[in-house]
Write a protein that binds this ligand. Structure first.
Ligand code: FAD
Ligand code: SF4
Length: 302
């Protein structure tokens, strides 16, 4: 394989997971390849047009998926640089301590995570700064302990919501501001990237003022000469060595051709469903049901 196709790290997907990781690793100088099946969201008036976004589903994938009974469904998901953060509501909550433990749901048991909230806390703080989260620490009675204040004050309520919040508070409840990742500067409206338009959740931000993974992570990561992004690059499967445990090749479909890339570390961060799908498509002799069934060894910190 030519050196052009060999990297230190391959990151599959540019959403909240892959984009943020690329941003963090970019200054390391390691050769990083980011593979993204989609392209950039076109900046156009339709970004803020409810007819185009909600009714015509202009930006949603046109793929058809099947549910457990084989019935077809249109997934409400988007394949672009920045992943679903291009469209998300930017409500950026931390998980609660108890979310890391075993949880009994109606449909079964969600096992405990191998790490707890305390280990992640410093990274939540970093992420809240990177994603410019606006909020008031201490207002939310369910909020877990946090090392630092939010980097920005909470987004003020619309008058009607403020009225509701006042009424709830008067009746003894504890309403709180949703922590939001938008680049709104209410003290300096003239300079504020966010203009507080009347679309946000579900819509790409026409003025690039939503804290999404393309604007805040992938674009800055690409300023580093060691980082390469391939768009319209669909990862078809991962190929392993004969032990079945080490990924040797990443097979990518681009411009209707198959290409092969390799790296010391391959990060599968293409969303919950597509990450599972890539691993399931990566079946081999040792793992006929795909790589998803393997118990992975925890890698040494990079
Ligand atoms: C309308 C909407 C509103 C939301 N609102 C909120 C909110 O307010 N707060 C919140 O916390 N979350 C919200 N979410 C959820 C949030 O966006 C996701 O949880 C988050 O983006 C997941 O990050 P991810 O990196 O796992 O995946 P994604 O962001 O989905 O990124 C995965 C990326 O991988 C790419 N990809 C997929 N398959 C392949 C492949 N085979 N090869 C190469 N690339 C591939 C995709 O194109 C995509 O860019 C919302 C989601 C939507 C759709
Ligand atoms: S301008 Fe502000 S409110 Fe409107 S979509 Fe962008 S981030 Fe959201």
């Amino acid at each position: 394989m030519s050196r052009d196709n060999q990297f230190d790290v391959i990151i599959i997907g540019t959403g909240a997971g892959g984009g943020t990781l690329a941003y963090h690793l970019a200054p390391s100088g390691k050769r990083i390849l980011i593979l993204e099946r989609g392209d950039y969201v076109t900046r156009e008036k339709d970004n803020w047009n409810p007819q185009a976004v909600n009714v015509d589903a202009k930006y949603n994938t046109k793929e058809l998926w099947r549910d457990a009974d084989g019935k077809e469904l249109h997934p409400h998901t988007n394949y672009y640089v920045g992943g679903n953060t291009k469209f998300y509501g930017a409500a950026l909550f931390r998980l609660r301590q108890q979310d890391f433990g075993e949880i009994r749901h109606h449909g079964g048991i969600s096992p405990a995570w191998p790490i707890g909230y305390d280990e992640l806390e410093p990274y939540y703080t970093q992420a809240e700064h990177l994603y410019q989260v606006h909020g008031n620490r201490g207002e939310d009675p369910t909020e877990p302990a946090a090392g630092k204040a939010y980097p920005w004050p909470a987004v003020s309520h619309e008058p009607r919501l403020q009225h509701l919040a006042d009424d709830f508070a008067a009746s003894g409840l504890r309403p709180f501001h949703t922590p939001l990742g938008i680049m709104l500067d209410e003290k300096n409206p003239r300079l504020s990237p966010c203009i507080r338009c009347n679309t946000c959740d579900g819509f790409p931000c026409l003025v690039h003022a939503k804290s999404d993974a393309q604007v805040l992570c992938v674009d800055p990561a690409l300023q580093h000469p060691n980082v390469t992004l391939l768009t319209n690059a669909l990862v078809k499967r991962l190929e392993t060595d004969s032990s079945g445990r080490e990924v040797q090749r990443v097979i990518v479909e681009r411009n209707s051709e198959l290409e092969t890339y390799s790296a010391d570390i391959v990060v599968v961060s293409c969303g919950a469903i597509n990450s599972a799908a890539v691993l399931l498509r990566s079946a081999n002799d040792k793992h006929p049901n795909g790589l998803a069934a393997i118990t992975w060894v925890t890698p040494t910190p990079y």
